[in-house]
Every structure is written in C-alpha cells, then in structure tokens.
Design a protein around this ligand. Structure first.
Ligand code: ZN
Length: 293
C-alpha cells in the first residue's frame, strides 16, 4: 500500500477533543476534528430508544473520549456503532464500546478490514510513536450486522439510513443519511478543505464522482465531512468539481501522449495552485495516478 506519510505533516497527536461537542440539529451532535490530521468528525445521534455513534477515533483511548462525550449529552445507551470506512482513525476504537452495542457497517468494509488491518496498522505505527501508542492496544472487534448496499437503523424517532454505493476513498465506504433532518455524514468521500485521499489501488475516482452526483441529488441541508468543518451541500459539489477537474486534465495530458510521470510533473503544480487553501496537497499525485490508470 502507498498511503503516504504526509497525513501526519502537522505532527500533532490525533486525539479526539473533549468538551467541543456541538449540536448541529436537534438530537444530532458532532465532535469536531478541529482540523487535526487523523482525527475524524464523529457523529452522535440521540434517538428516543438509544444512541448511534458514527466513527470511533483512533484506538480505544479516543473511543473512551467519544463515550464520555456521549454521557455528557444523554443517559441513553449506545445502541449502535457504525464506521464510515476501515481506516484506523474511523473504526479502530470499537472494542471500547459496551458489549451490548450493535456494530453495523457494509460487508465490503468488513472484508477490507480483515484483509488490510495488519498492513495499515504497521504503516500508521511508522508515522509517530504517539500514533503507535494509540494503536498498540487495538483488538479487532467484528461487526454484529453487515449489509450490502443499504440498512436502516431504528432509534425510535429518528430514521437513519446507512448507505454503501461501491468503492471511492476505500472499497467499503459508508455514508449516513438522516432523511428527516436531511443531514449527511459523508465519511472521507466528502472532506472540507482537505485534498481527498486515494490511498491505494482500491480507491476509485470514477465511481467516487458518480457517488457524489447521487449525493448532490439527495440535497442535504447539512453535510458533516469526514474531516474539516461541517457545511452544506456545496461541500459535495466542491469535491465533485475537484475530482472532475483532475480527471479531465489527466485525460487531456494522456491523449496528448504524455506518460504518467509527465502528467504528474505537469499537473501537480497546476492543481496545487488552483486549490491552494486546501490542506495535505501531497495527495494530489495519487489522484493523478488514479485517473491516469
Ligand atoms: Zn480515511
């Protein structure tokens, strides 16, 4: 796998924040990532019959922080936990959740986790001793329920849809839609002022674009990206426009007979300049490579 070391450019230990949780709509909360690399935005949905948590933070220590934040807002039990994809900062804190919590996510994500977890943990361990420390106690906890494309979670009064539309950032990407509030949790398929990451050959730029088109049609009022500030549907559009721009420029370069190395050399500075306020520009090259192939 070629997940570059650039994700840790900030060199900040990826800790989920305590005391920053905010209510983005009635009964819907987000623990914001504070733009710290390898900390995701974490969702907490408080239904009449229980709580759904979306993503765990990296390792059980961060997951404990998430559970403490849940306790600050409700005495309801955590009935469900779901993950937007298998990457360590999104799902590898599952073991800290109560044994009665039902863990649910797409089958494709479970398979990907089983195939890649050892490799990705080894890679993350190399990022910093602090990250290795967060991951050291990780024990895999498998889901109780998996689904192919769509599942509904019943919290009593808040309908929740879990959706998997094929590969994009990873093979097992999931996103979460609340049809009543029209809120979308996009996982790393939608990030805000970060370059989207194509970490390995399983990332699928073409399907990613199609997925974003479908998300735009859902017309969410609030979009919680995997990383970066909470926004609206324009976040989806920005992501789609970026990927289409890279795809189109790569196709032009390719049709003019440029080899991959020439396309990278020609396009990387152009793309970085066009999106100069986005973080982690080291991921531009992977996007060029993905569309070239
Ligand atoms: Zn990710």
């Amino acid at each position: 796998m070629v997940l570059a070391t650039v994700v840790c450019a900030q060199n900040q230990t990826p800790l989920v924040s305590s005391g920053k949780t905010r209510e983005i709509a009635e009964h819907i909360y987000v623990i914001p990532d504070q733009r710290v690399n390898l900390v995701p935005n974490i969702g907490i949905i408080v239904g009449r019959d229980g709580v759904l948590v979306i993503d765990t933070g990296m390792g059980p220590k961060n997951a404990e922080t998430v559970l403490d934040e849940v306790k600050k807002i409700t005495s309801e039990r955590v009935a469900y936990l779901t993950m937007t994809h298998f990457h360590p900062e999104h799902g590898m804190g599952a073991q800290a959740f109560p044994s009665g919590t039902t863990i649910i996510y797409p089958m494709a994500q479970k398979t990907e986790l089983m195939e890649k977890s050892a490799d990705i943990i080894r890679m993350f361990n190399g990022f910093s001793p602090e990250i290795a420390g967060l991951l050291k106690p990780v024990r895999m906890r498998m889901p109780n329920v998996t689904f192919r494309e769509e599942a509904e979670v019943d919290l009593g009064d808040i309908p929740v849809q879990l959706l998997h539309w094929g590969p994009a950032h990873t093979r097992g990407d999931e996103f979460v839609f609340l049809p009543k509030q029209r809120i979308l949790f996009g996982g790393d398929v939608v990030v805000n002022r970060f370059f989207p990451i194509m970490p390995d050959a399983d990332a699928n730029g073409g399907n990613w674009i199609k997925m974003l088109e479908r998300m735009e049609k859902m017309n969410p009022a609030i979009v919680v990206p995997g990383h970066g500030e909470v926004g609206d549907a324009s976040l989806i559009t920005k992501m789609r426009e970026y990927l289409e721009f890279v795809r189109d420029r790569v196709q032009q370069m390719k049709s003019q007979g440029n080899a991959l190395a020439e396309a990278e050399k020609g396009l990387e500075p152009e793309i970085r300049a066009k999106y100069k306020d986005w973080d982690n520009p080291n991921w531009v090259k992977n996007a060029i490579d993905n569309f070239y192939k």
